[in-house]
Design a protein around this ligand. Structure first.
Ligand SMILES: Nc1nc2c(ncn2[C@@H]2O[C@H](COP(=O)(O)OP(=O)(O)OP(=O)(O)O)[C@@H](O)[C@H]2O)c(=O)[nH]1
Ligand SMILES: [Mg+2]
Length: 343
């Protein structure tokens, strides 16, 4: 099972920070050399140019290498990267950094060669100053890109660690209908919290096993719990990314309306979720059956025979729901579909 983590991305330095760090390191490097004044000057400046360029090149290379190879990312994560910073923009920034790295390496070769041909000690310092000037201007040109990557690294480290190729059940429904309680009832454990872009609380993940097969249950507070027309573009992208994760959606209703939302509004949200996820099987379940009187219970059973009644707090009906979910997810092999791509 592939668990995708973009984990720790490096702290990207701005061009100013990088210039300062590199120049400071070079000035601290003290060569121990003897020889003519010319030899001493040449070796001192050689060392400074070498230290400055090595510091810059190492940091830029580390930055580029630390970002995930976007082409290999599972679709779920690609969608989130797209929503967070834009894949083309990220590519452009990484390309610019890689290009600048090559230019700095070229400056090193050229300036070190120049040092070999100087006649007087004073010329060595001039060659070094020229190297510093050229490197500074290269770094200043990629300042915007470095700033962008600094922000991107911060955002991307917020991507959730989920198993993209495990059969996955996403729970949706208005706030307070019992989604978290159902996740606990299905998985028998306290959920783990994984960060998710645009939600303050993160997503909750739980797992259960059936006949040696593991299933992932995801509760997405803040995402599939209110009308889509209230969403901004980026939130919609974050919701859309779930399409690549959800093998099945459980849409949880609370006909008792103790959640504070009218059943009519809940059903309206259900229709929206159906429209947004046209290719995902949606199970509708009515929670808090313990609070429904016999009349309402009968009405639901009569008008919506396919809606499963359950009581998440006691576990009543939860095994029946699990049975149906396993049957549905079991009919497609694990990892089928776009979510099967690995890093
Ligand atoms: N009587 C009764 N109460 C329930 C049931 N399921 C959940 N509750 C209660 O409903 C409240 C909300 O449950 P949660 O599981 O936190 O609901 P949620 O959908 O995760 O809420 P958000 O995280 O705010 O979206 C809690 O007080 C639960 O104890 C049930 O089957 N019967
Ligand atoms: Mg909850």
């Amino acid at each position: 099972m592939e668990k995708i983590s973009l984990g720790k991305l490096p702290t990207v330095m701005t061009s100013r920070e990088l210039i300062d760090t590199a120049f400071r390191r070079a000035s601290e490097a003290a060569p121990r050399i003897k020889g003519s004044p010319r030899e001493v000057a040449v070796q001192r400046e050689q060392q400074r140019i070498t230290v400055v360029t090595a510091t810059v090149v190492e940091h830029l290379k580390k930055t580029v290498a630390a970002f995930p190879t976007l082409t290999g990312l599972p679709q779920f994560h690609r969608d989130l990267v797209e929503a967070l910073c834009g894949i083309d923009r990220l590519r452009k920034a990484l390309g610019a950094i890689a290009g600048a790295t090559k230019v700095v390496e070229k400056i090193r070769r050229e300036q070190l060669r120049k040092l070999k041909y100087i006649k007087y000690p004073a010329e060595a310092a001039a060659v070094r100053r020229q190297a510093y000037g050229r490197i500074s201007s290269v770094l200043k040109k990629i300042d915007q890109e470095l700033l962008f990557l600094k922000e991107a690294a911060k955002k991307l480290s917020e991507l959730p660690e989920v198993y993209v190729d495990m059969p996955t059940i996403v729970i949706a429904g208005y706030p307070n209908v019992g989604k978290s309680t159902l996740l606990k009832a299905l998985t028998g454990s306290s959920p783990k919290i994984a960060p998710y872009p645009f939600t303050t609380t993160g997503i909750q993940l739980g797992y259960f096993e059936d006949r040696h097969r593991r299933y992932q249950v995801v509760d997405t507070p803040g995402l599939l719990d209110r009308p889509l027309e209230e969403r901004n573009q980026v939130e919609l992208q974050a919701i859309s990314a779930l399409k690549n994760l959800a093998g099945v959606i459980v849409f949880l209703l609370d006909p008792s309306e103790t959640c504070g939302y009218r059943l009519a509004d809940q059903l309206h949200l259900l229709e929206e979720v159906r429209r947004s996820f046209p290719h995902t099987r949606i199970f509708v379940a009515a929670n808090k059956a313990d609070l429904l009187g016999p009349e309402l219970t009968q009405q639901i059973q009569r008008d919506h025979p396919d809606i499963l009644l359950l009581t998440a707090t006691t576990g009543e009906g939860v095994e029946e729901l699990r049975r149906r979910l396993i049957a549905e997810l079991g009919s497609s092999p694990p990892g089928a579909g776009p979510q099967s791509q690995n890093l």
